[in-house]
Design a protein around this ligand. Structure first.
Ligand code: KG4
Ligand code: ZN
Length: 339
């Protein structure tokens, strides 16, 4: 009988120090996430130097928690997976050096995982991704529609021509005065608001591309003009108006891709997939189109090491291991590698 595969994953690309053990690529045996969110909230955003220092302080405690509570021994672990890109350089390096050290000491192969691959494979923790599927990747740096043809065989069907949707959420949150983290705050306050601001559609065409910089600039100008006239912005109404327009575009283009490519399944990946309105609108659209919809539970949408260990599993099966010369890359675009 085939032996179970246990992968220990490490994620430190931004402000969560997380380590997880995942069995056979889809079973979360135990995950620990130490978040720094409250510390960075005081500064209005992630402070890279503080973040990397806190990863250094926390990471051994996080590992200790995992090794005592998971019930898995070092002998049983088959590989060490780590996020090598993209993210804050100092933060990535803490996780990477830690992973290399563990790999050397315990003589386990090292697996390099791209953060966005992690977000995509988080879906396997709920139900195995079936191919072909449409993937909507929405994060602070990515907004893409991708055709998932097989494991690590992805084709970009459309992408943002400028800003990513998550980046737009964060900028709008800041301009209307919501605290860090911006995206979740817009999500929360939009529920209390009404769609009263008439905002331009992000990209009024039938391509599968996106554009969020026009919408962002429009809102920034609108807010500045109102402030100059001595008027107050209704924050919740603005959050609602912005979210309606931003999400409608993601849903409309996902539907176009589904119809154009005759797809029967949709998965969502990336930090913005935690957005409650996006989740419910995509679900309704998929029900109308007879398409199977899958989105990870909230705890796997925001940054975590479970998704990193899950994404490492197909690489483990293919024996795609990294060596100790592996370096961190702050800006590597995931899908470029396939072109
Ligand atoms: O994928 P991710 O963890 O980071 C990148 O790799 O970029 O996504 C972070 C992004 C941020 O822009 C954050 O504001 C957004 O995801 N986000 C949300 C929500 N939760 C996180 N955006 C809207 N609604 C949310 N609930
Ligand atoms: Zn992320």
């Amino acid at each position: 009988m085939k032996k179970n595969v246990y992968i220990l994953g490490i994620e430190t690309s931004c402000d969560e120090t997380s380590i997880s053990i995942v069995k056979n690529g889809n079973e979360d045996v135990y995950t620990c996430v130490a978040t720094q969110m409250d510390t960075h909230a005081e500064f209005g955003g992630v402070v890279p130097e503080i973040a990397s220092r806190m990863h250094t302080e926390n990471i051994t405690f996080v590992l200790e928690d995992v090794m005592t509570k998971s019930g898995v021994t070092w002998d049983e672990i088959d590989a060490i997976a780590v996020t090598y890109a993209p993210g804050l350089m100092g933060c990535l390096l803490v996780g990477l050096e830690f992973a290399k050290t563990l790999s050397m000491i315990h003589k386990k192969p090292l697996i390099a995982v791209h953060h966005i691959a992690g977000h995509i494979y988080a879906n396997n923790l709920v139900e195995k991704i079936e191919f072909p599927s449409l993937g909507l990747v929405v994060s602070g740096g990515h907004t893409e529609l991708i055709l998932l043809k097989g494991d690590y065989d992805f084709e970009v069907l459309g992408s943002t021509l400028d800003d990513a949707v998550g980046e737009c959420y964060d900028k709008i949150a800041r301009i209307i005065g919501f605290k860090y983290p911006g995206g979740p705050n817009i999500d929360k306050h939009a529920l209390e608001g009404k769609h009263t601001y008439d905002l331009p559609r992000p990209m009024d065409d039938d391509s599968l591309n996106f554009s969020y910089s026009g919408l962002k600039s429009y809102i920034i100008n609108l807010v500045h003009n109102e402030i100059q006239r001595g008027n107050e912005i209704n924050k919740c109404d603005m959050a609602r108006s912005f979210q309606d327009v931003a999400v409608e575009e993601l849903v409309r283009k996902s539907r176009l891709a589904i119809e154009r490519f005759g797809l029967k399944r949709l998965i969502v990946a990336g930090g913005v997939s935690a957005n409650s309105y996006l989740r419910s609108e995509l679900k309704s659209m998929c029900e109308e189109c007879g398409v199977h919809f899958s989105v990870p539970p909230m705890k796997y949408c925001t940054d975590n090491a479970t998704m990193i260990a899950a994404a490492a599993y197909p690489l483990f099966l293919k024996k795609e291991f990294a060596d100790l010369s592996l370096n961190a890359k702050s800006h590597e675009y995931f899908f470029d590698k396939k072109d």
